[in-house]
Design a protein around this ligand. Sequence first.
Ligand SMILES: O=C(CO)[C@H](O)[C@H](O)COP(=O)(O)O
Ligand SMILES: [Co+2]
Length: 215
Amino acid sequence: MVKIAPSILSADFANLEREIRRIETADYVHVDVMDGLFVPNISIGIPVVQCIRPVTALPLDVHLMIVEPIRYVERFCDAGADLVTVHVESDSEENLHGAIAKIHAKGKRSGVVLKPKTPAEAVLPYLKEVELILVMTVEPGFGGQSFMADQMDKVRAIRRLIDRHNPDCELEVDGGVGVDTCRTCIEAGANVLVAGSAVYKAEDIPGRIRALRGE
Ligand SMILES: O=C(CO)[C@H](O)[C@H](O)COP(=O)(O)O
Ligand SMILES: [Co+2]
């Protein structure tokens, strides 16, 4: 079944509780954390994760776009993250294994993320130890960008690797996903679709979530 993870990057931050209640028919709440170093933008962090935790029963999918995420993963877990993803480009392989181990030690799920220019093989060192792989379909840093269809070969390649080596692992795509692009992501093998602007710009959010699932 296809899961939808609305990104609150496109929500009204002055009314986050209300904005999260509007997406209660989704499967995850996607939280984009940006540090102004790994990406050229600054968004939200640990106190916001802590505040939204009691507002929803949905799992919090925390996408860390920060350098050296090993420094902060435990604090995001303690704040209420259920799934924490770290970019393969954000630190050494040794430290990324360390970050994944810290997330697991907190009893949470972990994942690795690939920027558009990073090849599929970059997941190999982590493939058997993570619960999710996230393929970016825009350059990370901003919501509302155009979907990069050229990432679909990478999604297909990672789907084959997952099926062979870690079949329970989820495959998520993030960036520019909307009603026009969800089908190509699903056909390429993604089972979790992040959508920020496509969800929050919709008049009928539950209807838009159903449409993104392909229902
Ligand atoms: O990680 C992200 C940006 O770095 C966001 O999750 C992503 O951009 C979602 O927003 P949209 O669906 O509007 O593209
Ligand atoms: Co994201």
